[in-house]
Design a protein around this ligand. Structure first.
Ligand SMILES: [Zn+2]
Length: 223
């Protein structure tokens, strides 16, 4: 069991939403088991949690919940943990020689706070200037979606998306903005319903202010 001091520390880490690494902390044996085996273990454990809360699992409405939660965790909201689910991204040569900025704005994403397992809901804005490679537009959405489908902190999520885009497009010229409401801030703890969290990451040409200003203009933000 965890000591009282450790439990207090857990609260502090959660309330400050600290992250420890840009990589999602995964166990070495993370994907040794099949999805089906994971789902049956999670189902068992979630049933224990519900019973411990005092819920009657013979009730028709609750009976299937452990199974539904297990399936939702493995197949939906945490499916981005498994590299097998990473979107296959093909890039193309920039044959139209479009050499200015491309921005995909208002990419909706749903993620989950890794400190409280509550939703993070928001929008991502992604832009790049090609260094010779281009990518299908919907692939930008897919990359955001893949990294969102993990237990996350927003700072790590933006770094993972930023790094992936740089690798895939083989360029430093990438900029990402993420804006999100964290239910762990709005529905518990400080209970602030109106605040949202913004993160910004950029490199290459976006180190120049005029490129960032163009990006803001294209996503219709005041600079
Ligand atoms: Zn949280």
């Amino acid at each position: 069991m965890n000591t009282t001091i450790e439990k207090e520390l857990f609260e502090i880490v959660g309330d400050n939403h600290q992250m420890t690494s840009a990589e999602t902390p995964l166990r070495p044996d993370a994907f040794d088991k099949s999805d089906e085996d994971k789902m049956s273990v999670i189902e068992e454990h979630f049933e224990v949690i519900m019973k411990e809360l005092g819920l009657d699992l013979t009730d028709d409405s609750l009976k299937g919940t452990p199974h539904r939660v297990a399936k939702m965790f493995v197949k939906e909201i945490f499916s981005g943990l498994n590299p097998a689910n990473k979107p296959k991204i093909s890039v193309f040569d920039n044959s139209y020689h479009y050499d200015k900025m491309l921005v995909e704005a208002n990419i909706s994403f749903n993620s989950t706070c890794e400190h409280h397992f509550l939703p993070i809901v928001g929008k991502a804005h992604v832009g790049y200037v090609s260094s010779g490679k281009v990518i299908g537009l919907s692939k930008l959405n897919r990359i955001v979606d893949y990294y969102a489908r993990r237990p996350q902190v927003q700072e790590r999520m933006i770094m993972q998306i930023f790094n992936e885009l740089k690798t895939v497009l083989d360029t430093e010229n990438v900029m990402v903005i993420m804006e999100a409401s964290h239910l762990c801030v709005s529905s518990r703890g400080i209970k602030d319903e109106s605040s949202y969290t913004s993160t910004l990451q950029y490199g290459g040409v976006f180190n120049q202010k005029e490129f960032r200003d163009d990006f803001y203009r294209l996503i219709n933000k005041e600079k």
